[in-house]
Design a binder for this molecule. Structure first.
Ligand code: ADP
Length: 153
């Protein structure tokens, strides 16, 4: 059976840190579905269609990577597409503390396992919030985001 993993996130925007986690996950899974979670109570800076088109442009030609939008619980999305694993990236112990409780609760309610990949040292400092701030202030985000031109408003 095909091993499918969901990499969920808000990806506002999708950075080289996220990209590196997808590349690592492709070594372990047959298919990686990047799930853009839409939370109705959350405000995003880059609109959904732009975030989706941006991520698709990064993985163009890689048919083992899919991009889908979902609402509601990540584990329900996983079940709906027959994915048995959730992939998340870890930068530091703060990420670990946060991810641990979510992973344990997801495991209990659904049986779906989370698999974690450490980011590479050069991407540890990258986070979407700071990239957004640089972008809003007119700074160049090419160092942190592949195909950043796809995000231009
Ligand atoms: P969320 O809103 O769910 O936290 P994000 O889009 O911020 O979503 O992140 C999605 C996933 O990517 C999380 O597992 C997060 O830890 C991971 N991640 C974010 N930035 C990096 C990075 N620079 N290196 C590795 N993993 C990262």
């Amino acid at each position: 059976m095909k091993k499918v993993a969901v990499f969920p996130g808000s990806f506002d925007p999708f950075t080289k840190g996220h990209e590196c986690i997808v590349e690592k996950a492709l070594n372990l899974f047959d298919e990686v579905v990047i799930g853009i979670g839409q939370n109705t109570s959350k405000k995003y800076f880059f609109d959904l269609e732009r975030r989706k088109a941006h991520i698709e442009s990064i993985f163009e030609g890689k048919d083992r990577v899919k991009v889908q939008v979902f609402t509601g619980l990540t584990v329900n999305f996983c079940k709906s597409i027959n994915a048995e694993f959730i992939v998340r990236g870890l930068r530091d112990s703060k990420d670990f503390g946060y991810e641990r409780s979510i992973a344990q609760m997801n495991q209990e309610i659904s049986g779906i396992e989370s698999v974690f990949f450490m980011t590479v040292p050069e991407y540890t400092a990258i986070n979407s919030t700071i990239v957004r701030e640089i972008y809003k202030s007119g700074g160049n985000i090419d160092l942190f985001v592949t195909n950043a031109e796809m995000l231009v408003k």
